[in-house]
Design a protein around this ligand. Structure first.
Ligand code: C5P
Length: 299
């Protein structure tokens, strides 16, 4: 085989319940992932191990084999007992360090693409296991759709989801570091002597997904990392408030931020919302997307 391309979606967290800090430095999560139609494309061809990155906003993405996509290729090669001889090109549309799992998506895409390039045809379960060792969000990028993630977020169960949900994403200038946002969440909790209770999935949110009820979903969106993201980036409060003022059914910081997500009633409402938000200068760029969409897919 000469070249393989995989398309892979971004995610938004519909519920991100963060439990206590574990001994291994991670937090146990109740994480409802939702894959949306913002995609990166990863192309692999035979060659010396290398990573190239293309796209409008790619600042900070390493164009070296240390890129998570390069690490994915090395991990798979090691598992198969072959040399990681692959040149990887990433075409980025997913915001960098934006809380939409762009790096994880590229790793998932590289795994699937190299599996095809090297004609390994590993079982999906094996790819999911390898994905889990690369990062907490990598397995979901392979799976796609809407899913509940427990543990670090890597123990996934697909969730029933009816219809299509329409989103507007407000992309910010610069990223936020995921470890820094988790650390800030721990700091805020300690400062308030908060007893961190075990997170539970929200029955209202699961019912809204199953019924395709956008209004109920908007009311149930929740992210325990949001206060930490707002402390580190106070300007996001204005962005969230503007979305609510312009009639979003729900709004929240996506994952560890700084991207903000707004749920619209339908595609027309999403367009209106994006235009209104664009007029008040609360974001670098506004993009519309819908979900759920499939996970990493061979083109
Ligand atoms: O797994 P991944 O490398 O994507 O996680 C990045 C960082 O996010 C971790 O090093 C940790 O600081 C934080 N994290 C966490 N608990 C999780 C997932 C991630 O504290 N469940």
């Amino acid at each position: 085989m000469n070249a393989v391309t995989v398309r892979v979606p971004a995610k938004v967290n519909l519920q991100l319940g963060v439990g206590p800090l574990r001994d291994d430095g991670y937090h146990d999560l109740v994480n409802v992932f939702h894959a949306v139609s913002l995609f990166d494309e990863v192309t692999v061809v035979p060659g010396e191990l290398s990573v190239a990155v293309e796209g409008a906003s790619i600042e900070g993405v390493p164009a070296t084999p240390d890129n998570l996509a390069g690490r994915a290729a090395r991990l798979l090669a090691e598992h198969l007992g072959v040399e990681p001889e692959v040149a990887i090109t990433i075409r980025k549309e997913i915001p960098v360090a934006g809380g939409m799992a762009g790096g994880s998506a590229d790793a998932a895409a590289a795994l699937l693409a190299c599996d095809a390039l090297w004609e390994a045809n590993l079982p999906f379960a094996t790819l999911m296991e390898l994905a889990g060792t690369l990062g907490s969000d990598v397995p979901f990028a392979l799976l796609g759709g809407t899913a509940l993630g427990l543990g670090r977020g890597e123990k996934l169960t697909p969730l029933p989801c009816s219809g299509e949900f329409h989103w507007v994403f407000a992309l910010a200038d610069g990223g936020l570091s995921t470890p820094a946002v988790y650390a800030e969440c721990d700091r805020i909790r300690a400062a308030h002597s908060e007893r961190v209770s075990w997170p539970h999935e929200s029955p209202a949110l699961l019912a809204a997904l199953a019924e395709g009820d956008a209004e109920a979903l908007g009311a149930a969106l929740a992210n325990d990392l949001q206060p930490a993201a707002l402390t580190l980036r106070p300007s996001l409060q204005r962005t969230l408030t503007a979305g609510r003022d312009f009639g979003a059914l729900g709004s929240l910081v996506s994952g560890s931020g700084p991207t903000c997500a707004f749920l619209a009633a339908d595609a027309t409402h999403a367009l209106d919302l994006a235009v209104a938000l664009g007029g008040v200068g609360v974001a670098r760029t506004l993009v519309r997307a819908s979900g759920p969409v499939p996970g990493a897919t061979l083109l």
